[in-house]
Design a protein. Structure first.
Length: 160
């Protein structure tokens, strides 16, 4: 069984001369993403791997999680906007020796992926929130949503 943690990036600047992919986290977004990373670890979520969209705002968020958890970070184009549940399943299948994988991506793909993996519709993803799914097998509809972790819950967990 694999635990897949889907995480939305922190709050990013509204635009960047380099385009959407170059948008960075705001100062507040960086602080809150750091609190979210600390909250995940405080809740016992210690990933073996963090996989991220290659867009800067996701990589910044994912780096905070990987650094806090002491694990590897990979960027993967499949987690860019337009990501699907099938993309996530492929990532899980490519890492059969990892028990916990955090995948940092974007909306609305995260909400759609939760629905396709678990059957739970309309799950909101505030920034930087997370959803914890246990995957009994890497198939659509075979996951169980075990926790929804909005940013305020992650911040509270980080504070102790």
């Amino acid at each position: 069984m694999t635990t897949l943690v889907l995480m939305r990036h922190g709050v990013a600047e509204p635009d960047n001369p380099g385009g959407d992919g170059a948008r960075r986290l705001t100062e507040s977004g960086l602080e809150r993403a750091g609190q979210a990373a600390a909250g995940l670890v405080a809740l016992g979520i210690r990933p073996d791997l963090v996989v991220s969209s290659p867009l800067i705002r996701c990589l910044q968020t994912a780096r905070l999680v990987a650094d806090r958890a002491g694990c590897a970070l990979e960027d993967d184009i499949r987690l860019a906007p337009g990501m699907t549940a099938a993309d996530l399943l492929d990532i899980v299948l490519e890492h059969p020796d990892h028990d916990i994988i955090v995948a940092c991506s974007h909306q609305p793909g995260l909400t759609y992926a939760v629905a396709d993996l678990t059957g739970c519709d309309n799950m909101p993803f505030r920034r930087p929130g997370a959803a914890v799914i246990t995957m009994h097998s890497p198939r659509l509809g075979d996951g169980t949503l075990v926790a929804v972790l909005p940013p305020r819950v992650l911040r509270a967990a980080a504070q102790g």
